[in-house]
Design a protein around this ligand. Structure first.
Ligand code: NAD
Ligand code: MG
Length: 403
């Protein structure tokens, strides 16, 4: 204690919701506990520079090359190096660090996260798209590099915590809990007309815009099903989703003897981030303590496959295997952007994803990250065509908006 050298830490996506919560965990780790290597972001230059100054980072990187001068100016006199562009983010991820948080949103996180993984150190993985799009590759690379992969998505972190490792073969299935999002109790007609403002307002968790909308459509849970299959080497039929409105039980593991082990906590991502930071130790975390007597009751119910087709699509992608997860995620990201721009109605997202999956199937396995990027581009283009065709068919023409 005390005499141990500081841990070298990097955060990819330091300006986002997970990134800022990670900085908070570092603040609570105490003086001298960490040495910050790289912090990366994209648009929020002031926030990036402020965090880099506070933690005396070695380097701060924006993914947007046009923001280089802004970042350099914001870091003037701080001694923090400034860099910009996609390559610079990947290079920063490859700088030696003992613990890296991978929290870039979307498939933009693939290459930087892989660069961090290849260091063979500890990778705290928040970006779920890495496992959804390239699960097989990531798991293989982690083993090859000798990296420790710690899940930060709250459900997967919960499963990691209650996984009885010596009895790994006795796992019957996992139960991924889902809050059900803001539309959990809405009728189908109202969901069909939901606006981006309604979709972004999550009842329990405070998250980035994209993942909040994915929670409303339950695509987030669909991505998490695929993520869990890869992380814990499960068959598709061993992954089940359970709606749990209180978000207190973060997920469960059911064993062959009928035992079900659950992990509980307040809905605060600093639980999972802090767990991954201190693992294998447990340390005090700045999170609310559970008052189960005050909460009183925990509810569980089966998800509705009609109002939330994302779960069925994810299961189909799991069963199809290979690059199906990549196609699902890329089509979903394109559809999500169209929904956010009001070019696609809410239920149009699942319809576009379903059309793209059936148009592109069957799916080959991914041999390399290039195969993943090729499928990602193909599925995005296919989704774009379908979105454009729907706009033409609706007679609204270019620039028209739904909702
Ligand atoms: P966010 O939108 O709040 O932050 C995203 C971060 O990625 C920012 O730092 C941003 O600058 C950076 N970024 C965005 N586009 C980029 C690009 N093209 N290149 C490089 N960097 C880019 O997102 P978030 O909610 O913090 O989520 C981050 C990841 O963690 C996502 O994959 C999400 O699914 C996952 N996750 C988030 C939560 C949560 O509670 N927020 C929970 C579980 C998993
Ligand atoms: Mg989650």
């Amino acid at each position: 204690e005390g005499a141990s050298p500081p841990r070298r830490v990097s955060i990819l996506g330091a300006t986002g919701s997970i990134g800022r919560s990670t900085l908070d965990i570092l603040r609570h780790a105490g003086p001298g506990a960490v040495e910050v290597v790289a912090l990366t972001g994209r648009d929020n230059i002031a926030g990036l520079a402020e965090a880099a100054r506070e933690f005396r980072a070695e380097v701060a990187v924006t993914a947007d090359p046009s923001r280089y001068e802004d970042l350099k100016a914001a870091l003037a006199g701080s001694g923090v190096e400034a860099a910009a562009g996609e390559r610079a983010v990947i290079e920063a991820a490859a700088r030696p660090a003992d613990w890296t948080m991978a929290a870039i949103v979307g498939s933009a996180g693939l290459a930087p996260t892989l660069a961090a993984l290849r260091q063979g150190r500890t990778l705290a993985l928040a970006n779920k798209e890495c496992l959804v799009s390239a699960g097989g590759l990531f798991i293989e690379e982690a083993a090859r590099a000798g990296a420790e992969l710690l899940p930060v998505d709250s459900e997967h972190n919960a499963i990691f915590q209650v996984l009885d490792r010596p009895n790994r073969a006795a796992v019957e299935k996992i139960l991924l809990t889902a809050s059900g999002g803001p539309f959990r109790d809405w009728p189908a007609e109202r969901i069909a007309e939901a606006t981006p403002e309604e979709a972004v307002a999550h009842p329990n968790w405070d998250m980035g815009a994209k993942i909040s909308i994915d929670s409303a459509s339950m695509f987030n849970k669909g991505l998490e099903m695929i993520e869990a299959m890869h992380l814990f080497a499960l068959r598709p039929d061993q992954v089940e989703v359970l709606v749990h409105p209180q978000s207190i039980v973060h997920s469960m593991v059911a064993y062959v003897d009928g035992a079900v082990l659950a992990q509980m906590g307040a809905p605060d991502m600093r639980h999972a981030i802090g767990h991954a930071f201190h693992h294998p130790a447990r340390a005090p975390l700045p999170v609310e303590r559970l008052d189960l007597a005050a909460i009183g009751a925990l509810e569980f119910r089966a998800p509705d496959p009609v109002r939330f087709p994302a779960l069925r699509l994810a299961r189909e992608a799991m069963e199809a295997g290979g690059l199906a997860g990549c196609a699902l995620n890329a089509a979903k990201e394109a559809a999500l952007e169209a929904f956010m721009d009001r070019r696609l109605p809410f239920m149009g997202m699942a319809q576009v994803v379903e059309e793209v999956l059936s148009a592109l199937s069957p799916f080959a396995p991914a041999g390399s990250l290039d195969d993943v990027f090729a499928m990602d581009a193909l599925a995005r283009a296919a989704a774009g065509e379908r979105i454009a065709a729907r706009i033409r068919a609706s007679g609204l023409g270019k620039g028209a908006a739904f909702a």
